[in-house]
Design a protein around this ligand. Structure first.
Ligand code: FAD
Ligand code: NAP
Length: 543
């Protein structure tokens, strides 16, 4: 290990969160550095280069709001920008705010140890660099640790294996036999594009998802010009809304509506794109009967869009409320399912039994493969944090601490792990919101907290066990007042003994922001702080 570099704060990750955190802390005069394992900035948008990758929240909303000049100068070309454009945007942000000089790329943080006597973290990286820092800020992403599926015989495959979240740009799928696993938001995007070029594409699906048409289109420049003066008002609306979007759900209850009016409204919502269908009535995520009207509507759409009734049957979701698993957005997915070169295998009806050098064998058939695509998702919310060997007070390991499900006060701080902040951590709205809005809120809250500590002469901050428990109980209670926990999904973490624990906070972005602001206004209620003086006093008593 090299001699540790001494800084005020180390930020792990150079996605939307890490870049803004760096800018904010530098503005406040802290010495700081970002470390990023990738060879470029951008996080999600650096790694997920698969064909069809794009956001599904309109780009004018899914972008930073902290700088009016940045907003004014950047022109999105489409309603939902594709991955290369979002990556260009983040690279532009890195240049514009001169962030690169404080970003170490291709550097993986492997461990972090709390140094009790100093009240600081010792952080180590794979290249042997070390950092001695007051604050450790984990901007490691809620969807950044790719999940490798358990497919029997995969190790025997001699063709190319591509994971969507580690996509190799040079992969050429034209004229190839492709076997594809996963039909979540990612898989649905991949299939729509790969079907157009592959010789034969076999899609292995485990759980069918609801998918709505994206309704993507180019953005006329005059539209952006006209919108610009309204940005401040719209951004403020997003910050105080339930999901971090400009517009909230349409008023009313689906079950209370007249059937004809309901059908018309659902049709309009379907055409509005992406999450529109979930916004058709304000009770869709709370009331099972209301939800069933929207879900049945979406099921009828699948039957209309997919020609072969057997394929449509396999693609039709049942057994969970619509929206309780992430609603997907499709561009050419159902269209792809109608192509002669595409086949769908339901692995629950026909399990995969083996992978050979050039094929995937399922119970009822063998499917040729030059390439296998894994769009099998992420170890969500906790994976990237648990991948680091983090030891807090008394050597406590975050991996062990979260064995019974993750816990964090406000999704921001963990008891036993002082001076460590998690951006969009478990227990925060994060992945159940427009994530950029949630990131900005977290970054600004952390910056306010660190600035407060400096001016108040405080050295150490730590969430109390009581505040953390109360927050997790509240988050659990709110989740169980909705339909979200009715599905098995990646929103749910697992305890050691297999129990499901709902991870994001569903109480709403606006309500959550108000709570965080209140905590700060009350002198960081639920946290304990120690000044360097109290630390010295303790040391003196101990010695
Ligand atoms: P990330 O962008 O994931 O960045 C985290 C970074 O930390 C990564 O670059 C990673 O390499 C790095 N890192 C992690 N661990 C370490 C370590 N130990 N050492 C060094 N570096 C490390 N959200 C929306 O709101 N709307 C969307 O439309 C949307 N679309 C998405 C599409 C895809 C394909 C995916 C996967 C996610 C999407 N999301 C979307 C969620 C998306 O992850 C967030 O919106 C946002 O980009 C997260 O930013 P972040 O900075 O928090 O994390
Ligand atoms: P995901 O939603 O977790 O989907 C993973 C898929 O892989 C699921 O269909 C899963 O089936 C399947 N799978 C896993 N192991 C399998 C196996 N052994 N055999 C067959 N299938 C298997 O992951 P994701 O699609 O990458 O999306 C994650 C999140 O990222 C999204 O929910 C969203 O928040 C974000 N995202 C957004 C966009 C966008 O449009 N903006 C695009 C991509 C991602 P089961 O469901 O049965 O587990």
């Amino acid at each position: 290990m090299k001699k540790p570099r001494r800084l005020d704060a180390l930020i792990v990750g150079a996605g939307f969160a890490g870049l803004y955190m760096l800018h904010k802390l530098r503005q406040d005069g802290f010495t700081t550095q970002v470390v990023e394992k990738g060879s470029g900035v951008g996080g999600t948008w650096f790694w997920n280069r698969y064909p069809g990758a794009r956001c599904d929240i309109p780009s004018i909303e899914y972008s930073y709001s902290f700088d009016a000049e940045l907003e004014a100068e950047w022109r999105w070309s489409e309603r939902y920008a594709a991955q290369p454009e979002i990556l260009r945007y983040l690279e532009h942000v890195a240049e514009r705010f001169d962030l690169r000089r404080d970003i170490a790329l291709q550097t993986l943080v492997t461990s972090a140890r709390w140094q009790e006597e100093e009240g600081r973290w010792l952080v180590e990286t794979d290249g042997g660099d070390a950092y001695d820092v007051q604050f450790l800020i984990l901007a490691t992403g809620a969807l950044s640790e790719p999940k490798q599926p358990d497919i029997p015989g995969l190790e025997n495959f001699e063709g190319q294996v591509l994971h969507s979240a580690m996509w190799d740009d040079s992969a050429d799928l034209a004229g190839k036999n492709v076997c594809h696993f996963g039909t979540g938001s990612t898989g649905i995007q991949v299939v729509g594009e790969v079907a157009k070029v592959a010789k034969r594409l076999t899609v292995f699906q485990r759980t069918p998802n609801f998918a709505v048409p994206a309704g993507n289109h180019p953005l006329p420049q005059d539209y952006l010009e006209d919108l610009l003066p309204r940005y401040p008002e719209l951004r403020e609306r997003a910050r105080t809304s339930p999901l971090g979007w400009f517009h909230g759900a349409w008023e009313g209850s689906a079950k209370a509506d007249d059937p004809e009016a309901r059908e018309k409204r659902l049709e309009k919502a379907w055409k509005a794109g992406t999450t529109g269908l979930l916004q058709a009535y304000e009770d869709l995520l709370f009331d099972e009967e209301s939800n069933s009207y929207a879900a049945d509507f979406a099921r009828r759409k699948i039957a209309e869009l997919v020609d072969d009734p057997e394929t449509a049957r396999k693609l039709t979701p049942h057994g969970y409320p619509m929206g309780s698993r992430r609603l997907c957005t499709e561009v050419n997915f159902y269209e792809a399912m109608n192509r002669d070169n595409v086949a769908l295998v339901d692995v629950r009806e026909e399990p995969v039994v083996d992978v050979t050098a050039r094929s995937v064998k399922a119970e009822k058939g063998e499917y040729p493969a030059d390439v296998i695509i894994l769009a099998t998702g992420f170890d969500a919310c906790v994976g990237a944090i648990k991948a680091i060997d983090i030891r807090g007070r008394d050597g406590r390991s975050i991996r062990d601490e979260w064995d019974n499900g993750p816990r964090a006060y406000l999704g921001l701080a963990v008891e036993g792990f002082p001076n460590m902040f998690t951006i969009t951590g478990p227990g925060s709205p994060s992945v159940l919101s427009n994530v950029v809005v949630s990131i900005e809120q977290h970054v600004e809250w952390v910056a306010r907290c660190t600035a407060h500590m400096r001016s108040a002469g405080q050295q150490v901050i730590e969430a109390t066990a009581e505040a953390e428990t109360a927050w997790m109980e509240h988050a659990h209670e709110v989740a169980h007042s909705t339909l979200f926990p009715r599905a098995s999904s990646w929103y749910q973490g697992h305890t050691k003994d297999g129990r499901q624990v709902f991870m994001p906070y569903v109480g709403g972005v606006g309500a959550y922001r108000a709570k965080c602001d209140e905590v700060a206004a009350k002198g960081y209620e639920g946290f304990l702080m120690e000044s360097s003086t109290t630390m010295r006093t303790k040391d003196a008593v101990a010695s």
